[in-house]
Design a protein around this ligand. Structure first.
Ligand code: NG6
Ligand code: CA
Length: 509
């Protein structure tokens, strides 16, 4: 008995690998590997752990079976760039200008030299890597030469290794960047990028729809790469252009390589998948497998990638002392700019679950996202927690876990909720703030959800998403009305006043 306890304390894991060779991994429990799987546009209801019936995500669900499922976890924002900015810096994106959806030629948005989530891992002696979607800008304010050294970028804000999609799958440049360089770029065919005018003489999607294998529904009609037209123009760089159908495999293999290379030392891997963002172009082995069109297929593909990551941890005998944290940058969207039958084939599937709204929205569907965590050595399996949790707190929480001196850190808005993240405490945050596409701020506290007045459209024309905008105060009782159907602001004026004051207080902090 005492031996068992000692083993647990020391974090000594002795496992037989599938090849039969024993792998000894000695590491203090306080220094687990950490893999943050950050998905794109996966809605609360898109995984079977959260009740999806028409689609099964057994590998993602396994994280909760072996650990903990959060039912009240939030991204800070209803779009990608601000959610990522807040998570990686610990500062609400709405405190900083220019942190909305970044164009593909945006300069780096995170100031170099600032305190970041990966930087905290570095301070604790970890190898840190980012693989996947970046979308936080690259290069200096004066603009970037894509043919030279691409910096500052991830390596200048806390990562030792990076293999990224510079912006999004639907924005140019459609190339991978590894550390400071474009992968496979031929110097004889330099790459140029413009977000203002057509460059080069290749046909674009607007004038030549007949060349496309996936037609845009709104926007996305500029440069054509791999038969798909994008946002923005690019010319050159032909040997470096990605093939969308291979992207999930390329990224997963890079993530797996990083794990293999670093399995003997503590590592932090930020694995930011392109799935399930548009354009949804699954690998042929997933194509047509969901009966829900490409959006369903890329959910299956994402689940397959998660399975590969979990398997390599087992294979290398490091699963016990590795934290796998899975979550999403914002809520779901069906038609996000391409005709890919997402709407037509969704059937009874509810991407936001019972929540109202989706990506871009001030309603819960915009920011309440799936969150699952496992750490077999520490977290009891099969738990569900309804504690209020925000991605904003990853920074302070991991700093606490790694025993980095919190008082010497700029924690910004991030606070330590590690005990809640590990299922040791049922209590989470007192409140979360949500930022929608048009920067409307909402506040969730206890049973109440307050949405600030806003002049924006009620429904986003192109996506059909209910944005949650209204010129008057909105207050919902999430306990009775999780679908935010009944605005009780007029009946509960006192609570509205309290919520307004509470929000003002935090904003002016
Ligand atoms: C929008 C794009 C949408 C998507 C989004 C960013 C149009 C019409 N729509 O502007 O397709 O790219 O930006 O998504 O261009 S996010 O998940 O990265 O925030
Ligand atoms: Ca997103």
């Amino acid at each position: 008995m005492w031996k068992k306890k000692k083993d647990r304390l020391l974090g000594v894991v002795l496992l037989l690998t599938t090849t039969g060779y024993p792998l000894a991994q000695e590491r203090p429990v306080g220094k687990p590997n950490v893999i943050l799987i950050y998905t794109d546009d996966v809605g609360f209801g898109d995984i079977s752990a959260n009740g999806a019936k028409a689609i099964k995500t057994p590998n993602i669900d396994r994280i909760a079976e072996e650990g903990l499922l959060f039912t009240n976890a939030y991204a800070t924002s209803a779009t990608c760039t601000p959610s990522r900015y807040s998570m990686l810096t610990g500062e609400y994106a709405w405190r900083k200008t220019n942190t909305g959806i970044a164009p593909g030629n945006s300069p780096l948005l995170i100031p170099t030299g600032s305190s970041t989530l990966p930087g905290i891992f570095q301070q604790a002696g970890y190898q840190t890597g980012v693989v996947g979607k970046w979308h936080l800008g690259l290069g200096p304010i004066e603009g970037m030469d894509w043919n030279g050294d691409i910096k500052p970028g991830p390596l200048e804000v806390g990562f030792n290794y990076s293999f990224i999609i510079p912006a999004t799958g639907d924005r140019v440049p459609c190339v991978y960047v590894e550390n400071h360089n474009i992968v496979n770029l031929d110097t004889a065919d330099p790459l140029y990028v413009s977000y203002t005018e057509q460059i080069g003489n290749e046909p674009n999607g607007r004038d030549h729809p007949e060349l496309l294998k996936m037609r845009p529904s709104h926007g996305h009609d500029q440069s054509i790469v791999n038969g798909i037209s994008r946002i923005g123009y690019m010319s050159g760089g032909h040997s470096a252009r990605w093939i969308d159908e291979e992207m999930a495999d390329v990224l997963t293999h890079k993530a797996v390589d990083f794990i293999k290379l670093n399995h003997e030392n503590p590592f932090f891997l930020y694995f930011a998948t392109h799935d399930i963002h548009v354009p949804r172009a699954p690998h042929p082995r997933f194509s047509g497998k969901s009966n829900m069109g490409p959006r369903g297929d890329v959910i299956l593909q994402l689940d397959g990638c998660v399975g590969e990551i979990l398997n390599v941890l087992e294979e290398y005998g490091i699963a016990q002392n590795t934290i796998v944290l899975f979550t999403s940058d914002n809520g779901p969207v069906l038609d996000d700019g391409y005709h890919d039958q997402a709407k037509e084939k969704v059937g009874g599937h509810l991407p936001s679950g019972d929540l109202r709204g989706g990506k871009y929205s001030a309603f819960e569907g915009g920011t309440r996202v799936p969150m699952l965590i496992k750490w077999p050595q520490v977290i009891k399996p099969g738990q569900v927690s309804s504690a209020l949790i925000s991605q904003l707190d990853f920074k302070a929480s991991f700093a606490q876990l790694l025993k980095v001196d919190l008082s010497a850190l700029d924690l910004a808005d991030s606070r330590d909720y590690m005990k809640t993240l590990l299922g040791k405490k049922r209590k989470g945050r007192q409140y979360v703030i949500q930022q929608s596409l048009n920067n409307t701020l909402s506040l969730v506290s206890r049973r109440w959800k307050y949405i600030s007045p806003s002049e924006g459209a009620k429904i986003q024309k192109n996506t059909g998403i209910e944005l949650g905008n209204a010129p008057e105060h909105q207050l919902f009782d999430l306990k009775r009305d999780p679908g935010e159907k009944n605005n009780v602001a007029k009946k509960k004026e006192k609570i509205v006043r309290k919520m307004v004051a509470y929000l003002d207080d935090i904003v002016s902090d």
